[in-house]
Every structure is written in C-alpha cells, then in structure tokens.
Design a protein around this ligand. Structure first.
Ligand code: PLP
Length: 404
C-alpha cells in the first residue's frame, strides 16, 4: 500500500509554507527534498563517527571506512553492478561524465573519431564532449528526435561509422520526461562494437535501473536527485573498461606508490577517487537508496506515472496550453507553455501562489533550438507529490492565464 500522506511525513520541508501558502514543490527534476533518515544519517555520522576514511588505524577511521565502503555496496546492489569495484564515487552526474570524457577520450579517441549523443541531452552531456573536441579534434554526432520528443532509432543506427568510439545518451530527458529505450540503444551500439555511457541523472530517481540488464558500459547519476545529499554521485563502469582507463585526477587515495620519478596507481575503484571522498554524503546516499528500495522503485514509478498522466490530462484542458514532450514512454516531467505568456512570468506568478516550478532552458539549449522555443515551464513530480498538488498547479496556471 503506497500511503502518500504517511510518506510525506518523512520529508519535514513539505510541511512548510511560502508566502503564507502551503508549499507545492514541483521542482524535483532540479533536486529532490530529503527524508529525515538521510539528514539524520549525516548528523549521526558527524557527531559520532567522523574520521577520514582508508587512512587511519584507529577505531573511528575504521568505522567511517566501513560505513563508506558499505555504502558502495548499497549502490552496487541498487543498480545491480557485478562488483563494488565498478562503483566510483564522484561529486555528481556532471563530474561522472567529465571523468569519462577526459579519461576515455585520452585513452581511446584521437582526431577524427566520433561520439554520438542525442538532441535531448543536458549541457553536462554536451559540453564535456565539446571540450574534448577542442582538445583532440573529435566529432560529435546527434541522434535526432520527432516532435513528440522520441529519439529516431533508424537515424541513430545510420550515424555509426568506423570512427565511432562512444555513444553517450540520457536515460530520461529532464525537459520532456521521455524515457529513452536505452537497452535498445545500447544493443545497437554493441552490434557496432561501441560502448555506451548512460546519463542516469533523471533515470535513477524514477525507474528501476539494472546496469547488467541494460548492458550499459557506463552509467552516471547524482545523489541529490534521488533523495540523497548534494555533492555526491556515481559513475558505474564495467570493470574491464575501468581497468583500461587512465586516472582522471591525481592525489592521495588513488596511488599505490609514489617516488619523484614515478607513481603506480591504486586498484579499482580508488584509482578514480583522488583525495578525501565525501564519506558523510556516501553514507547518506546509501540511506536514500535504502529508503526508495523500501518503498519499491516499481511502486514509485506507478505513482509518478499516474501523477504525470493526471497532470497532462488536466493541463490539456486549459485554453492555449501547449504541452512539450508527449512521448509514449514518459516519466515524472511535464513541460508546457500557455499562449504567449513568457515562461518566466508564469513561474514567478506560480511562485507567489506557493508553487515551485522551474522555468527556462533547463540546461538543454540545443533541445530548445530544436523545439524552436526559448524555454518552458517545467513541473517535475516525484514520490511524495499528490494529485492535490497537481490540482493546485492547474488552478494556478488557470489563474495566471486569466490575468494575461
Ligand atoms: N543530466 C541530466 C539529464 C540532468 O537533468 C542533470 C541535472 O539537472 C544533470 C545531468 C546534471 O546533474 P548534476 O548537476 O547533479 O551533476
């Protein structure tokens, strides 16, 4: 039984008011609120365990190390990686993608080689490849999409050439909510002998992810979008790939021996984790993953799907409504524009009603260019949102529309 009102009690912030109105938080695509267990885990660890990991012989350091490494195991279980060595802790999706672009690009790509990305990528899955293009002269090819916001898989297959070295594609679009058929995308790439990185920033919070079932070679996500703390994320990579990649940053933790002449590197996953990790955040991330696991990812997906469909059906009734992103497979995100009301005006006025939505290009300017718009209003739902909140959004949008 998915008891939404009981679940909401786990998130203290949901009880607050803004401008004297109950908060309706619909900006979960940007970041999610935190359940008490996550914040408590951070406070508890700071107050009772805090010590640097992997370095000390003393009790606290060993306890902190155990917590940190058991968090890695929790992540492994959550995404069904084969080994905890395949779970690298980073600062978030952005750093995970930059790590891979830098390391993979350094080792496996040279001038004229190609990476395939899609029209609906977040800037964090575009700009690292452009930086690599500027450094090494690689080319970037783009998978097109239809007007509903679905990638065109026939065209995708035609993009492959002998120079294609990597495909990097988002699991779920942060603007359109499209759930891409990543399993199929990966199997096409593998048929061409090309590995795939999946940007799972919007995937992990909304759909059950099994990296082995997907066949993903690399999978990136952020803790803060899945009810965990800021400042921590994950790069999953198949061991056989990670073993062949050079380190991303140099420093403590990632070495085995150092002389002034030569350094040998640590084994996986530490080779990619230079410096003190945010071990408080990794513990809290594990508690967040435990929390959603206890609710059941499939139950969460059903709840969010229901809310998304309900929101789309209700919003569609508003005169002048243009829904942006109507893919058959969609998760948790509703983007829209109404008449010629500027998205920023809509967002600002909704805010005065206590409704938090995001407006603008959502870090996906090339997608905006494809859609021929500057930005959208985006409501993004998650496990604690209710139909009443959707009703409040619809009433708010109607009210703002009448004002214009
Ligand atoms: N990729 C997608 C699809 C996103 O939605 C986001 C954040 O909104 C990112 C990547 C970047 O995530 P972060 O800022 O946590 O690194």
């Amino acid at each position: 039984m998915y008891d939404i009102y009981k679940i909401r009690e786990d998130f203290p912030i949901l009880g607050r008011e803004v401008y004297g109105k109950p908060l309706v938080y619909l900006d979960n695509g940007a970041t999610t609120q935190k359940p008490r267990v996550v914040v408590d885990a951070m406070v508890d660890e700071y107050y009772s365990v805090n010590a640097n990991v992997h370095r000390g012989v003393h009790f606290l350091s060993q306890q902190a190390t155990e917590l940190h490494e058991s968090s890695r195991e929790t992540v492994r279980r959550f995404i069904n990686a084969r080994s905890a060595n395949e779970v690298i802790f980073t600062r978030g999706t952005t750093e995970s993608i930059n790590l891979l672009a830098s390391s993979f690009g350094e080792e496996f790509m040279c001038e004229g080689d190609e990476v395939i990305i899609s029209t609906m990528e977040h800037h964090s899955n575009i700009v690292p490849w452009q930086l690599l293009a500027a450094r090494k002269g690689i080319a970037i090819k783009i998978i097109p999409m239809n007007d509903k916001g679905e990638l065109l898989l026939d065209e995708y297959e035609e993009l492959f050439s002998e120079r294609t070295k990597l495909v990097s594609v988002t699991h779920v679009s942060n603007v359109l909510g499209t759930v891409n058929p990543v399993k199929q995308i990966i199997s096409v790439a593998h048929a061409h002998g090309v590995p795939v990185l999946v940007d799972g920033a919007q995937g992990v919070p909304h759909v059950a992810v099994d990296v082995q079932d997907l066949g993903a070679d690399f999978y990136a996500f952020s803790g803060h979008k899945v009810y965990g703390p800021t400042g921590v994320g994950v790069l999953y990579g198949k061991e056989e790939w990670l073993d062949r990649l050079p380190p991303y940053q140099g420093g403590g933790e990632m070495i085995q021996t150092v002389t002034f002449e030569k350094t040998t590197f640590n084994e996986l996953p530490f080779k990619f984790e230079a410096g003190t990790p945010d071990y408080i955040a990794t513990t809290a991330l594990a508690r967040a993953l435990d929390y959603v696991t206890a609710l059941g990812m499939d139950n969460i997906a059903v709840h969010e799907h229901d809310l998304t469909q309900y929101a789309m059906n209700r919003l569609r009734e508003i005169p002048g409504m243009r829904l942006i992103g109507e893919a058959a497979e969609k998760s948790g995100v509703v983007s829209f524009l109404v008449g010629d009301i500027h998205h920023f005006d809509m967002g600002t006025l909704l805010d005065r009603l206590g409704i938090a939505v995001r407006t603008g290009h959502h870090c996906a300017q090339p997608l905006m260019q494809r859609l021929g718009i500057e930005g959208t209003v985006r409501a993004s739902f998650c496990l604690y949102n209710t139909r009443e909140e959707v009703d409040a959004l619809v009433a708010g949008v109607e009210r703002v529309s009448r004002m214009f």
